[in-house]
Design a protein around this ligand. Structure first.
Ligand code: SF4
Length: 463
C-alpha cells in the first residue's frame, strides 16, 4: 500500500491516543446532552431553523449590498473599515496597526478568523506576543497548539493535563494543594487562570477580536461570550480591531432574535450566553477588517455559497462520528469536523485538504443538527465528486476504477473476472486497499451461483 495521506497519518496517531479519545468523547457528549435539553424547551426550534436558513441564504445572495451597508454605517460611527483580500493581507493590516500604535500589550479574544489568518504567528514575526484572554485559547497558547474545536479550543485536554500544563508554565505554583475531584479541579484551574490574566487585562494598548455577526443596518460588531474577557478586550485598550469573514454580515439587528438562540443552544447548550456585546463605534479607535480569503470564490458558486451560511456553532463537530473519534487536530487546519472538511478545500484548497470530504461516514447527523440547515453530507459528497473529477484521488483508486471499467465493459471479461474473484475473494480482501476498506466494514460475499449463471446462456430477458 502507498504512503498514508496526511489526514490518515494524523488520524491514526489520534486513534492511538486513548486519553485524547476519552477527552473528546466526554466533552462532545456533555455538549450534546446540554443541547438536547435546551432544544427540547423550544417547540418552535424547527421553525427557528427554517427562518435562520432562509435569512442566511437571503443575505449571502445579496452579500455585496449588505457589506456596503455595513461599511457605510460603521464608518458613519467613526469605525475604520478595511478590506483584506487574503489571510496575509489581513494579518499585515493588524500587525501594521500594532506597529503604528506602538502596542506592546495586545489582548486577543477568541476568534476563528484570526486563527485562519495565523495572526499570532504574523504578530510574533514583528516581535509582538498577544495574550489570549479566552480560557480555552489561553490553554492552547500555553501548550503551543492550535484550537481543536470551533467553540471549545482546548476540548481535547483533560483537567489533569491542564493542571500539569499550568504547573509547568507557572500559572499554578508547585506545591499548591489542588482538588482531586475533576469538577472542583476544573473550577480551581479556571480561577488560577483568571487570577493570572486579570492584571494583564487591565493594561493593554490594542485589543483584537473576531465577530459573531456584523449588522449591516447599524454597522454593529456582535460578540458572544461567557467569560467576560471580551468586555475587557474591547474596553481596556484605546484601539480595538475586529477581524471578521465577510460571511458574518446579517441585515438587521432584529435578526439576532433568530440567530442568537440558535447559536448559544447549538454551541454550548445554553439558553443565552453570559454576555453579548453590541459594538457600534467608540469609545477609542475602532477598526474592522473584512476578510475575504476565498469567500468571494465560494459565493460565486450557488452550491458552495450555501456552506457560508455556517454560524460556527460547532454542533456538527460534536455529533460527527469521525470528529468524535479523532478530534480536531487530525483535520490539519483550524476548521475541523464536517464543516471543516468543506471549508478547508474551498477556502485553503491545498492538495491534502481535498482528502477531508472523504473523511466522513455520510451518516447525515451533521445536517440534522445544523441550526442553519446546511445539508453538509450532500456537500461532502459533491466535493468528493469534484475531487475525483480533478484527479485528486489516490492513484490506487483510479487504477481500480479503470480496471473495473475494462472488466465490466464486455460480458466474457466480466464472467471470467467474476469466476476468478469468487475463487479468490478471501485472500483478495486481505490485500492492500481492500484490506484497509474491510478493516472497518463487512464486505458483502459474492453470490453463489451468480445471477448470470442462474439464467444460463439465454442472454438478457426480453422486455
Ligand atoms: S455547519 Fe452548521 S452545525 Fe456546523 S458549525 Fe456551522 S452552523 Fe454549526
Amino acid at each position: 500500500m502507498g504512503r498514508a495521506s496526511p489526514f490518515r497519518r494524523r488520524a491514526r496517531r489520534a486513534l492511538g491516543n486513548p486519553v485524547l479519545a476519552r477527552n473528546v468523547l466526554r466533552a462532545t457528549d456533555t455538549s450534546l446532552a446540554h443541547r438536547r435539553e435546551v432544544v427540547a424547551e423550544r417547540p418552535d426550534w424547527e421553525d427557528l431553523r427554517e427562518r435562520a436558513a432562509a435569512l442566511r441564504r437571503h443575505t449571502l445572495a445579496r452579500l455585496d449590498r449588505y457589506l456596503r451597508e455595513f461599511a457605510e454605517n460603521a464608518r458613519a460611527r467613526g469605525v475604520q473599515v478595511h478590506a483584506a483580500r487574503d489571510a496575509r493581507a489581513a494579518a499585515r493590516l493588524v500587525s501594521e496597526l500594532a506597529r503604528r500604535k506602538g502596542a506592546t500589550r495586545i489582548l486577543k479574544a477568541k476568534s476563528m478568523a484570526t486563527e485562519e489568518i495565523e495572526l499570532n504567528a504574523a504578530l510574533a514575526r514583528r516581535g509582538f506576543r498577544p495574550l489570549e484572554t479566552d480560557l480555552g485559547e489561553y490553554i492552547v497558547q500555553l501548550a503551543g497548539e492550535r484550537p481543536s474545536h470551533l467553540t471549545a479550543p482546548a476540548l481535547h485536554r483533560s483537567a489533569e493535563e491542564i493542571r500539569d500544563l499550568f504547573l509547568r508554565e507557572g500559572v499554578i505554583r508547585e506545591g499548591t494543594a489542588l482538588p482531586r475531584d475533576r469538577r472542583a479541579l476544573a473550577r480551581r484551574l479556571s480561577l488560577s487562570a483568571r487570577e493570572t490574566l486579570r492584571s494583564r487585562l487591565l493594561e493593554a494598548d490594542l485589543g483584537v477580536t473576531g465577530a459573531n455577526f456584523l449588522v449591516a443596518e447599524t454597522g454593529t460588531v456582535v460578540l458572544v461570550e461567557n467569560e467576560g474577557n471580551i468586555r475587557f478586550t474591547t474596553t481596556t485598550p484605546p484601539v480595538v480591531v475586529a477581524v471578521a469573514g465577510i460571511d458574518k454580515v446579517i441585515p438587521r439587528l432584529a435578526d439576532l432574535g433568530i440567530l442568537l438562540p440558535l447559536l448559544t443552544r447549538s454551541a454550548t447548550g445554553q439558553r443565552a450566553a453570559a454576555g453579548v456585546s453590541l459594538l457600534s463605534g467608540g469609545p477609542g479607535e475602532r477598526h474592522v477588517v473584512l476578510l475575504d480569503n476565498g469567500r468571494t470564490r465560494m459565493l460565486a458558486d450557488p452550491e458552495d455559497r450555501e456552506i457560508l451560511a455556517c454560524i460556527r456553532c460547532g454542533a456538527c463537530l460534536n455529533t460527527c462520528p469521525v470528529y468524535r473519534s479523532v478530534g480536531g487536530h487530525a483535520y490539519g487546519w483550524i476548521y475541523p469536523g464536517p464543516i471543516g472538511a468543506l471549508l478547508a478545500p474551498l477556502l485553503r484548497g491545498r492538495g491534502e485538504d481535498w482528502e477531508l470530504p472523504f473523511a466522513s461516514t455520510l451518516c447525515g447527523a451533521c445536517a440534522e443538527i445544523c441550526p442553519v440547515k446546511i445539508p453538509l453530507h450532500e456537500h461532502l459528497l459533491r466535493l468528493r465528486a469534484r475531487a475525483a473529477r480533478a484527479g485528486r484521488r489516490g492513484i490506487g483508486e483510479r487504477i481500480g476504477f479503470r480496471a473495473f471499467r475494462f472488466l465490466a465493459g464486455r460480458e466474457d471479461r466480466f464472467r471470467l473476472a467474476a469466476r476468478l474473484a469468487r475463487r479468490m475473494e478471501g485472500p483478495l480482501l486481505r490485500l492492500g486497499l481492500l484490506a484497509a476498506w474491510t478493516a472497518a466494514r463487512e464486505a458483502p460475499r459474492m453470490a453463489r451461483p451468480a445471477f448470470h449463471e442462474m439464467r444460463g446462456d439465454h442472454g438478457p430477458a426480453a422486455s
